[in-house]
Design a protein around this ligand. Structure first.
Ligand SMILES: *Cc1c(COP(=O)(O)O)cnc(C)c1O
Length: 364
């Protein structure tokens, strides 16, 4: 085999990483922030009872049948406000960069944040510009604005830190940033506060959400974003048609229409997650660990022993994510040498108790 095909690749493609989280199969998998109770019964039923046409025909072009329900759910039904869907919210983030970022322009964000952001930026020819978080993991709004970036990315609650940003800082960025402000609310359902109302403040604000986390539908790949109609239609042009499958569309419609087995199931499990999160954080403190204040469905535990603890848990059939080499500008990560565990929150007896037992054993 020659490597002629490889030589034809666009500059920079060879350097792009493949997404490769820790792969070991474990009985208890707390590594990817999905809904650990599973999927809403309404979605399962819709998928089991699919008509043949859902497979043989194309889906709707741009998820028109979902739009009203999405705007209503996000609480942003108003003249001039629109919604765009995508194959997961990754697709929305990617399409937003493509719609507004001219190759060579920059996208600014506080780090550490969602690992796909610098990857998608480079894929679209954009320059990722990293700013350290302010103390307590709020964004450094002044420095972000000073970047003068074409796109400013805010993630709240932030992955992987689980922390939320302050309303004052978010409003400051929205008021002063010249370019697009892309707010990623993948974990909105677990947060004390959401920023979706900021789309009314500026036509440059886009808020992205997903069905992969609280909704328990990561396998179906559905995301959406709300913003001014003008802006979301441009993202849609950059996205292309047929990105949400008929299967996904039917499942999402069922979740929105079948109360107790749909939206109420989602809300009930989000509440349970938040209860278990508080209990888990308390128990971790009892073990002498120092988890960050979480606004999401996972907990970040800065500790220099992260890699070793991750292996110890994995040997006991429990998979968590270990992070290393993160920016150490904030005290919590400086003390842990930029290392931390990220642990998903799920059913108490079945998942969190065994995790605490394994951690206790590994720590002593
Ligand atoms: C999980 C996640 C997403 C996206 O997920 P999709 O499955 O592509 O919808 C987006 N942003 C953040 C911060 C996430 O953690």
């Amino acid at each position: 085999m020659s490597d002629r095909g490889s030589a034809l690749a666009r500059a920079g493609i060879h350097a792009l990483p493949l997404y490769a989280p820790d792969a070991a199969a474990c009985a208890i998998d707390l590594s990817d922030n999905t809904n650990l109770w599973g999927a809403p019964p309404a979605a399962l039923r819709a998928v089991n009872e699919l008509p043949a046409s859902s497979l043989s025909r194309y889906p709707s072009l741009y998820s028109e049948p979902l739009r009203d329900a999405l705007l209503r759910y996000a609480g942003v039904q108003a003249p001039g406000v629109g919604v765009v869907t995508g194959c997961g919210s990754d697709d929305i983030l990617d399409s937003t960069m493509r719609a507004f970022g001219v190759p060579g322009e920059s996208i600014a964000f506080c780090a550490p944040t969602f690992s796909m952001i610098p990857v998608l930026a480079r894929l679209n020819g954009l320059v990722p510009v990293e700013i350290p978080f302010a103390n307590g993991f709020d964004i450094d709004a002044d420095r972000l604005v000073e970047c003068n970036a074409k796109i400013t990315y805010l993630c709240s609650p932030n992955n992987p830190t689980s922390t939320a940003i302050s309303r004052a800082a978010a409003e400051h960025v929205v008021a002063h940033a010249k370019g697009i402000v892309l707010i990623d609310e993948a974990y909105a359902e677990f947060a004390p506060e959401v920023f979706v109302d900021l789309i009314a403040r500026s036509e440059h604000v886009v808020v992205a959400r997903t069905f992969s986390k609280a909704f328990g539908l990561a396998g179906l790949r559905v995301g959406y974003a709300v913003g001014s109609n003008e802006v979301v239609r441009l993202i849609e042009r950059a996205r292309g048609p047929y990105k949400v499958s008929s299967v996904a569309e039917r499942a999402v419609l069922a979740v929105f229409s079948e109360g107790a087995d749909g939206l109420e199931w989602v809300a009930r499990h989000a509440r349970l997650t938040m209860e278990n999160r508080a209990r888990f954080i308390g128990a971790l403190r009892g073990l002498g660990l120092d988890p960050l204040e979480s606004a999401a469905n996972f907990v970040m535990v800065p500790t220099p022993r992260a890699p070793e603890l991750q292996r110890a848990l994995s040997a006991r059939g429990i998979l968590v994510r270990a992070f290393g080499g993160m920016r150490r500008d904030v005290p919590a990560l400086s003390a842990s040498n930029g290392a931390a565990l990220r642990i998903g929150v799920g059913p108490w007896e079945e998942m969190m108790v065994p995790t605490l037992d394994a951690l206790r054993e590994a720590l002593t």
